[in-house]
Design a protein around this ligand. Structure first.
Ligand code: HEC
Ligand code: HEC
Ligand code: HEC
Ligand code: HEC
Ligand code: HEC
Length: 362
């Protein structure tokens, strides 16, 4: 980022559109998509007032995908609403209602649009895309910023520390998907490669899918993990798992995300015959007191980021056991606290049955 331009903010952005009405310019020093507070959006040549409803007039298919997405529902989602009720702060509002001023309660519109078209694509009076386009009749100039095709477009909201004064260290990362991505085997693939795949458009062309579906798409979750082997011995079920087609830890994102690896003794018809053994892949946090005051720290991280073998203890007499790898939006105790049924908030990403031969002595 070149410092001069960034410092003058959207007035500089306005200058860009004035100088490029017919040609569509390239830029690499505009503000990237990020939390509020943001520069005001201004009427755009060929578009008018930049509202999501207006974008949808001409980009109907993308708008339909976005409407069903968690980006659009970032404020109205019932799980967010429950969590926010305990922590009504501008810190939460700046990412979950980023089109408004985070120092006050969001307007009806900001709640309804969540992470909006304008959040990611409008800077001042400009539409910004990953490539520059000249205005076509019935369209508008697009300022091309190649960084929109890279993880930089996601970094502002998907990697951040717990709230608190910047001098209060150590301070754990609340989400760190970008750093996990850099360490992953898919580091060379952009987030967009997996989360915005090209899909067919009605007009015969293609466009980048804007539904960003993970929770609503069990097939994406199923690709996250590869089960390399399962065996049942006396006293334990052993399961070897490895990251699948994924670009960060499994699970990633929110502090409460976790994965349960379960084994349950079953009879020949699959009915449970004893207690389940469970291993949790997730993060745990605590609070330490430094001379400057309390700070959040990460106590441990058992999420999947490399191949791993997990042993689940079962009664030694077990000859048949069902195993499951289950993604959970929140731990069962948190679901209970929020009066949500955890079974509605989890997705089985892999499962099977393991058996072992037992020698019968006479
Ligand atoms: C009056 C119709 C119209 C409106 C309103 C409109 N657009 Fe567009 N937009 C177009 C047309 C036409 C193109 C050029 C498509 C092409 O050349 O493939 C385009 C191109 C784009 C592109 C670049 C596409 C690419 O292929 O690289 C982006 C991003 C975009 N618009 C975003 C928006 C956003 C965000 C809004 C709302 C603020 C918006 N548009 C409002 C008609 C419109
Ligand atoms: C810097 C941006 C940012 C801030 C600040 C932020 N969040 Fe989030 N939040 C996100 C992102 C990005 C996700 C999506 C991660 C995922 O899907 O796992 C998310 C996910 C969540 C989820 C899970 C939603 C779901 O669909 O399961 C909850 C609940 C949540 N946030 C609550 C909060 C609360 C409460 C605050 C304030 C204390 C807050 N967030 C502050 C960016 C932010
Ligand atoms: C302005 C902030 C912001 C930006 C920029 C942003 N996101 Fe998000 N994203 C969020 C928030 C907030 C949520 C969580 C919404 C919720 O569940 O409440 C989220 C959720 C998601 C989810 C979870 C969907 C699901 O079904 O669980 C994915 C995937 C995602 N974002 C990918 C991306 C990618 C890829 C980019 C970059 C191209 C990006 N996001 C840019 C704020 C942002
Ligand atoms: C190689 C493919 C791939 C790449 C690259 C990738 N992801 Fe993912 N992502 C996945 C899969 C598979 C899942 C589902 C498993 C999970 O939730 O961890 C997922 C899940 C997510 C979720 C949802 C978490 C939740 O619990 O709701 C977010 C947010 C996300 N990715 C953001 C990103 C961001 C940001 C980047 C780039 C820094 C990125 N991803 C790169 C494959 C990928
Ligand atoms: C979370 C951020 C985010 C949101 C919200 C978002 N977009 Fe995008 N959009 C992107 C990114 C990033 C790209 C560029 C992807 C690339 O080129 O790799 C893109 C690409 C596009 C394109 C070009 C599509 C193509 O085929 O290359 C259009 C048009 C577009 N967006 C319109 C919209 C409209 C309209 C909305 C609202 C309905 C919207 N976007 C919401 C991030 C977002």
């Amino acid at each position: 980022m070149k410092r001069g331009r960034a410092a003058v903010g959207w007035s500089a952005a306005l200058f860009v559109v004035v100088s490029s009405v017919t040609s569509g310019a390239a830029a690499d020093d505009l503000p990237l998509p990020r939390p509020a507070p943001r520069d005001p959006v201004l009427p755009i040549e060929g578009v008018g007032a930049p509202t999501d409803a207006r974008c949808a007039d001409c980009h109907a298919e993308i708008a339909l995908e976005w409407r069903a997405s968690l980006h659009r529902r970032a404020w109205v989602d019932p799980y967010f609403a429950r969590a926010y009720a305990f922590e009504r702060t501008g810190f939460c509002r700046k990412c979950h209602a980023p089109t408004d001023d985070p120092s006050v309660d969001p307007s009806e519109e900001a709640r309804a649009v969540g992470v909006a078209c304008t959040t990611c694509h409008v800077v001042g009076a400009n539409v910004v895309g990953s490539r520059a386009l000249a205005a076509v009749p019935g369209g508008h100039v697009v300022i091309g910023d190649a960084r929109l095709a890279t993880p930089a477009a996601c970094a502002g909201c998907h990697s951040f520390p717990f709230p608190g004064p910047p001098d209060r260290e150590p301070r754990a990362r609340m989400q760190d998907t970008l750093a996990e991505h850099e360490r992953s085997a898919a580091a060379a693939k952009a987030c967009q490669h997996c989360h915005m795949p090209r899909v067919p458009s009605r007009d015969g062309g293609t466009h980048r899918n804007h539904s960003f579906a993970v929770q609503a798409d069990p097939s994406t979750l199923a690709r996250a993990v590869e089960v390399r082997g399962v065996s049942l011995a006396a006293g334990a079920l052993r399961i070897s798992i490895a990251p699948g087609v994924i670009g960060h830890a499994f699970p990633t994102g929110d502090v409460y995300r976790q994965v349960e690896v379960r084994a349950t003794p079953v009879d020949a018809s699959g009915r449970p015959r004893g207690r389940s053994a469970v291993a949790v892949l997730g993060r745990r946090f605590g609070t330490v007191t430094s001379p400057r005051g309390p700070a959040r720290v990460q106590l441990d991280d058992t999420r999947l980021d490399r191949p791993r073998t997990i042993d689940l203890a079962l009664p030694p007499t077990t000859t048949r056991a069902r195993w499951q790898v289950v993604w959970q939006r929140m731990p069962p105790r948190v679901a209970e606290f929020f009066r949500m049924d955890v079974r509605d908030q989890e997705v089985v990403v892999a499962e099977g049955v393991a058996t072992r031969e037992v020698e019968v002595r006479r």
